[in-house]
Structures are given as structure tokens and as C-alpha cells.
Design a protein. Sequence first.
Lengths: 519, 238
Amino acid sequence: MSTSSPPHSATASTTPPPVAPPTMRRTPAPPPGRLIDAPPFPQGAAEALKNQQLRDNMRHATHTIRAKRARVTAELPNWEELRAAGEAIKNRTLENLDYYLEQLEANLIKNGAQVHWASDAQEAQRIVIDLIKAKGENMTHQPTPQEVVKVKSMVTQEIELNEALEAEGIAAWETDLAELIVQLGHDRPSNILVPAIHRNRDEVREIFLREMKLYGKPAPEDLDNDPKNLAAAARLHLREKFLRAKIALSGVNFCVAESGTLVIVESEGNGRMCLTLPETLISITGIEKLVPTAQDLEVMLQLLPRSSTGERMNPYTSMWTGVTPGDGPQEVHVVLVDNGRSRVLADPVGREALRCIRCAACMHQCPVYEKVGGHPYGSVYPGPIGSVLTPQLRGLDSAIDKSLPYASTLCGACAEVCPVKIPIPDILVHLRQRVVDEKKRGHRGLEQSLMRLGGWVMAKGSRLGLAGAAAGLARALIRKEYLRSLPGLGKRWTAARDLRMPPRRNFRHWWKHERGGQA
Amino acid sequence: MGREEIFTNIKAALRTQDRMGTVLRTEGDGSKDRMGTVLFCPFQGQNRTVPILSLEPSPSVLTVELFIDLLVDYKATVECADDSSQIAVLVARFLKQAQAETCVVPPGLDPAWFAAAQTAGIQVRVDNPPLSKEELDQTSAVITAACLGMAETGTIVLDHRADQGRRIISLLPDTHICVIRSDQIAAGVSEAMVHLAPLLQEGQPLTWISGPSATSDIELSRVEGVHGPRNLYVILVT
Ligand code: SF4
């Protein structure tokens, strides 16, 4: 690790220095505070609404992705059947989760991987830190400055791994372009698919010019705001780190139980770099991310790219099964993280959220998310899925988690696009009831203020130009939810349909001829 | 500790009733799911949403055309060849077009494919013994064969056997020239997976490539070429 660069001094920067003095840290400091301590949703949302730039960026981004998703899902005549299959596969997996996890574990071990289990975030952090430190102890027992390259992983954000590593003197470098922008920008991701959706090209240029030189290869001085050149700057900055790194951390999109195969779906090639170049690979995944067989994976690989980026297929998908002798990392670890998931599984209504494949379609479709962005959700999982998953994973204890089930107009647009058919509005209503029940148990009688929380989104919603009728209906639903009724979801939010573009002629033509009666 | 606790919690969770009063799983040993289906049998038909199109004897002209169409859509350059000598000519031409000076090939690649490139003065390195990552980083191009293609999505799959080589060699060079036969083109993901599932069972790594690397992370404007090869050339052997 002799090539490892020392931390740079803050004086190298011409603009105001970041929050913490870089001399004490190895990576850019994120904003202070923890997500769980975020203010209740309405407060964060009100703050976000003041930022016109953010709202413009969000609107452009969500509408663009919506249109792409609508186009590529419309071109498949069997799209609805694929969704139903996706739902069935994930249900089957969850119903037999213990069985498939054991099968996965056995196949991973058979193929040379080492399997670790973590009940909560702290355990997961400890496992990863110990694995990394063990690699750092060389013959002389001199601690070397350690670093890892990372490929986008929601679960490592959930367990707050980067900061735990930083505290141990281990630098974790994000390699996804958007994550790099977020990390160098001392920021938090606002979206799971396009984490820097809230930054425009001028901001990105500024961040690169200011920060890259502090942490590695500087951005070219004449860097302009052309996304092509910005991406090229990131390529150069990160290539140095990829070639140097001994250890990579990755998330996982899917695990295949029957073969012990892990799958990463990506666009940029940073995933392939992380999965191929380092000697040691540590993959971290939630225990719900598996599918039983390759045949099941096939369905997921059709649902995910079309739902998330609106592509027929993402540029790169990597599959690996333990260690491949002579090819890629020769030491492979898999950390399976519970961190609240088994508790969610015990909630008969809430457990449906565990089907989520993190495509972000629900967010891009959400009229509330479109206006306020991801930050007010106080979670690594924002938008509709965040509102149902986060309070379940963390428990309904904090102010933010109590408010999240109310961060919705219950318009139902999310459930309509979800590739695994998660009934998000039903779960929201269910969680609202749980919030109320818990309040009652505490003899606090706070339903009124809870009504106000919900009312805020409604009121704000109509002021922001959401369909008045939808908001009205949702208001009615909010009243009804106290009677434990489930929403009928008659009114849909239909902007996506207006944006549908004609499918490619060739594709339709091909389908009709080749797949015949299905068209 | 973690493992035991997790399994205890999962088993307990699966015994809770849903809102219809149904217990998710009545069998405690995991041998049956709630429908009473015995595990181990494949997920029969439930996730088959299309009939599987046969790869034999060879894909239809329409399927091949769609495959080409989507590759071009992804900004890949596609040319067809009839035989090894035509492949060699195209390889040399593409390398020149990409201004490649050096090129890596997997140990199992047909030497006839890069003979013309060598004659034209391009340095071809066989990845045997394995080149270092620094050497590969300084190599301009890579030539590989392929495992199969998918028309419906314009995807090429590498299974990294002898004629495709280690994963790293098709990653670090900036130009990837991929040679694929038309009889390797499956209709879609479903058909391809029939062939790929046994490879996963064997522990073979797979790389699915659908166009050159790309990002839409900055204002959603698509930029081709971030970390992987920025140029993808496909030679289709018909
Ligand atoms: S809830 Fe559904 S739509 Fe939302 S991210 Fe998860 S899978 Fe995608």
C-alpha cells in the first residue's frame, strides 16, 4: 500500500473548507447529524420547497425517467404478467426465507465464499471492519493506511458503514458517479437510483474542481460543465483508486439461492471494476434480496432495468459465484444483514414491502417526492417505498419515523408502477393506524397533531398543483383510515400515461412475428 | 450469534397470521410452503410469461435484425462477417478506427482473427501468462468471442471461458471488439437463461453487456463511456 496517498491539507482548497478539517479525516465529511434525527417530514419538506433549483432539477429528472419507463414497459405485451410473476417469486421467497437463506449459504460456502451474519447495523459494521483490518496486518504488524472502493449499495448506507470505517481510519471511496458527486459534495443521496438528482451540472463542476484534488487525482483545471467531460474527470479520478485498491465493498441486487450466485446490475462499469480488480471482495446484502432459482432471476432482470432506468437492459450486469480461480478476487466474503427485516416479516401487512427490488419507479412516479426530493424523508430509502420501509425497519419511535406514513396523498401512483406490486398505499394506511395505536397506548391523545401532519401534505399538495381531485379523495381516505378501512384507490395519477411515446416499430413487429399470440 | 438470532426471528415471523388469519407457513421445517407445495421442485410455469423460443436450428432473420438494431441503438458499431478472413479484416479496421496501438486477446481466441491486425503493426498480447492490471490499463483494446446474445434487449453475455478470457481483460482496455455468431443469438432473456442457468450452477462468472458503459447521473443527460470500455464493436458472423 505504499502508493496510498496521505490525507491532503485543507489549505489546498480555494473555496470555504468542508465541515470537518480534512486533515483529521480521510474522506469528505458528510453533513452532521444522523438521518434518524431528521425533523418530521413536513418540516423537512417545507425546507426543501424553498429551494427552487432543487424543485426544477427534481421535476426534470422525475419526468424524464417516468417517460422512459412508460415507453419501455408499454412495449412488452407481457409486462403485467411479468409483474405478477415478480410478485409471486418474491412472496414465495419470503414465505420460505429461512429455507432459501440456508440454501444460499451452503452454495456460497461450497464455492469458496465466506458467509457472515449480522443481526443489526453494529454487528454488520464490526464484521466488515474486522475483515478489512485483518487484511491490513502485514508481516511487520505495522498498521497501514487502509482504503476500500465501494460500489453503490443501499444497505451500507442503511448501516452507516462509511462513517464507521472512517472512525477506524479506513477510507471508503464511492465509485458510482452520482455517489461520488454526493460524497465529494459533503452531501447525502436524495434518491436511490440517481443519488445526485438534486445537483445540476454547474454544481457538479464546482464540486469536482474544489474537492477532487483533496482526495486524489485532481479534476482538469479547464473542466467545463459538459456532462461528458465531467464523467471523464470522474473516470480519471477513480481509475487511480480502482487500480490501487486491495479491497472492494459491494452491495448486491440479487442472490440466487440454488447456485450461490450474486448479481449486480449497473450502468457505468464501476461495479465491474470493484468486482474484478481487488484481491478481496466483501459483499453486503439484506437477507431479503434473494431469489430461489436462475429462472426466477430471469424475471427480475426483465423487471428491474425497465422499471428503474427505463432501459430494456442496463449496460452491465455481473454475476459471480464465490471465488473463480485465476479470475477476480480470490477472497470473497458475503455479509447477510437483518437489521429489522425479520421484524418487518412478522407484520402481515407491512411485510409486503420486503418484496422491493429498489428500482425507484415509485419515487419517480410520486407527486410528493417530485416536489420535495429525497432529503425530507430522513432515510436512505426515500419516496413511497421509504415511507413504508423505513418506519418498519427502524421502528415507529422517532419523530421522523412517526411522520413518514403521512408523507403521501395516497394517490396510488406508486403501486401502479411497482414491478413487484407492493400495495404501498395500503401499507401506509396500516402504518398510520399503528402510529395512532401506539399513541393511544401512551395515553397521549395526539391524534389531532397526527391529523395535522397528514393534512400538511394534502394542503401543500394542492397548493403545489397536485390534482385537486386526488388530494380531495385522499383527504377522505385519511379520515376513513381511522376506521381501519383500506383505500379503494379509484383515482390514479395519470401524468405518466400522457408522456408515453410510441414504442419502436421494429420491436413490436418482431414480437408479433416471433412470440406470436402474445402480442 | 447473529445467524442463530436471525433464523429464530424469521421462523417466528413466518408463524404470524396475516389479515385473513392465514398463517404464512404451517410447516415449521421449511420443507413445504403455504400452498403445500414441496420445495425443491422448480417454480413450475408460474414465472414463465412467454413460451420459450427454441434456439435451434438458428434464430430467424427478424431476431438477428432486432439484435443488430438494439446494439446500434446503444451506439455500438456492428458489422457482419462470413468467415475468419473477413473477421480479421474487420478486427484490423476497428482497431485502426479506435486508434488502438496495443490489444489483448484471451488465450483461447482463434489466432486467425487478429492476424491482419498484427500485420498492420498493432501489438497483440495474449493473456497467458496473465497480464498485470497495470499492463492491461495501458492496453488500448481487447478482442473476445461471446457466450450468447439476446435480441429482445440487445445484450451480449460473456461467460469468460478460454475464448473470452478473464473478466479484467474485457474491462480495462477502452475498446472492446466482440465476435459473436448469429446462431448464438437467443430471442430474449427467458431463452438466454435456459442456457445460462447451468453455467451459474457450475460457478462460471457471467458479464452481460448491453452497449458501452453509460451514465445519466448528471441531469439525466446520457454520457456514453464512464469506466468500462467506451467503444464497443460487434462482429456478427452469419
Ligand atoms: S417499492 Fe416497488 S417501485 Fe418502489 S423501489 Fe421498490 S420495487 Fe421499485
